[in-house]
Design a protein around this ligand. Structure first.
Ligand code: ZN
Length: 56
């Protein structure tokens, strides 16, 4: 038995933090990276629009 699977890991089922849209088929997605309490936190958005609304 052999497992040979190499992919970019880009379609791992993340959702937009703002509207909940799946990011799997959203080429326009944005990632906001922040450091909180010494931990790197990534937040995903489907577009600049959602990112701006979330941070407003
Ligand atoms: Zn969104």
């Amino acid at each position: 038995m052999r497992t040979c699977r190499t992919d970019g890991g880009t379609t791992d089922g993340r959702d937009c933090r703002m509207c909940g849209e799946s990011l799997a088929d959203t080429p326009d997605q944005r990632v906001l990276t922040a450091v909180e309490d010494g931990t790197v936190v990534h937040r995903y958005f489907c577009s600049d629009d959602c990112l701006e609304r979330w941070s407003a």
